[in-house]
Design a protein around this ligand. Structure first.
Ligand code: SAM
Ligand code: SF4
Ligand code: SF4
Length: 346
């Protein structure tokens, strides 16, 4: 493998993180991500042969590492649905230059044994999604009747396996779960788990996003402060997505991902690889660039590496910043062809 040839984009942002979607399938039907009316029994998921196989994923991750990527995040759909995931993780962990491998999951399949196997294979940390602590609220959001209590068990399994510090993602939507902010905060205070509230984003075209539905970081902080004093912490790393806050009484940390109200495109060093091998340079991309095609047609490592570097080199994405500038005129978003969150994994 040649020495790392770090690439930067048109805004001088290096390529540091690669988020790999392992499948477009999910066993949940979260109403804001894979609503049942669009992802029902009629929906055609990708056939297996379309998905990048482990050799292909490993190869692209290795080439990405050669361009400066140090961190991989495995996501989906639901990544734990991908058979033999541990085998892939072990192969990714052996790549020179990759020093952090994380997993984002809904936790439904994270048994104690699976958590231990993933840790042994090389996953460092997991982020588990939980949008409400109340079973009824959570069941209504995931729309498959999955109780919050089972995600709490998954969180315990992850902690016990050393997959920490465990982060918990909670996407807030007005009228759906903002009343869960304080119960979630109270549950995870003093727990070693970093709870992160996420502003509902206008990803894809399935979720009927409206600016009015976004519970902003400001509102989240104000709500928490009605019960617990919190203070802002400085960022620990450039390009950090979450604003970090600490409970003044020492009960731990909380994160707020203000992608809508305080966009952080300037520090965005992430590329996303879809399950069929398209490279997206922004979460809000309309078209990914096909990498699988040239790879399956026999492109050499050098050719593929040049392709990846070339895509990054001309990148000028800053969708959230532009959206922020235009929000005043915005009237909801539809039919603009943006890629779905369940397809590229957040
Ligand atoms: N299935 C896994 C999970 O739920 O963690 C991984 C894939 S999921 C697409 C990744 C993350 O994206 C989840 O935390 C989910 O809540 C979040 N997400 C999905 N749609 C979103 C949206 N419109 N705005 C903000 N976050 C979203
Ligand atoms: Fe599945 Fe995750 Fe999307 Fe929910 S947020 S439908 S768990 S991919
Ligand atoms: Fe990165 Fe695009 Fe999100 Fe901006 S909008 S932070 S460029 S993924």
């Amino acid at each position: 493998m040649p020495a790392t040839q770090a690439v930067t984009d048109t805004l001088a942002r290096p390529l540091r993180d690669l988020r790999i979607s392992l499948t477009d399938r999910c066993n949940f039907r979260c109403t804001y991500c894979m609503p049942r009316h669009l992802f029902g029994s009629e929906h055609l998921f990708l056939p297996r042969k379309e998905l990048l196989n482990f050799d292909e994923i490993e190869r692209l991750a290795r080439l990405a590492a050669g361009l400066g990527v140090t961190k991989l995040r495995l996501t989906g759909g639901e990544p734990l649905l991908r058979r033999d995931l541990e085998v892939l993780v072990a192969r990714l962990a052996a790549i020179d230059g990759i020093d952090d491998i994380c997993l984002t999951s809904n936790g439904s399949l994270l048994t104690a044994e699976r958590a231990r196997d993933l840790k042994a294979a090389g996953i460092n940390r997991v982020t588990l999604s939980l949008d409400a602590i109340d079973d009824d609220v959570f069941k209504a959001i995931n729309d498959v009747g999955f109780p919050a209590s089972k995600v709490l068990t998954a969180i315990d399994n992850a902690k016990a396996a050393g997959l920490g510090p465990v982060k918990v993602n909670c996407v807030l939507q007005r009228g759906v779960n903002e009343h869960q902010i304080l119960p979630m905060v109270d549950h995870f205070r003093h727990s070693d788990v970093v709870l992160r509230f996420i502003e509902f984003m206008d990803v894809g075209t399935s979720n009927g996003w409206r600016m009015d539905d976004v519970i902003t970081a400001r509102e989240i902080v104000d709500t928490i402060r009605t019960r617990h004093p919190i203070s802002r912490l400085p960022a620990t790393a450039p390009g950090e997505t979450a604003n970090r806050w600490t409970f003044d009484d020492g009960a731990g940390e909380i994160g707020i991902i203000a992608s809508v109200s305080q966009p952080f495109c300037g520090g965005c060093t992430r590329a996303r690889l879809s399950a069929i091998g398209e490279l997206y340079t922004c979460l809000f991309g309309v078209h990914g660039r096909d990498i699988r095609g040239p790879m399956r047609a026999g492109a050499s490592d050098a050719e593929l590496s040049d392709l990846l570097a070339g895509i990054w080199h001309v990148r000028d994405d800053r969708y959230s910043e532009i959206r922020g500038e235009q929000t005043a005129n915005r009237r909801g978003k539809d039919a603009d062809g943006k890629v779905e969150m369940s397809y590229i994994g957040g």
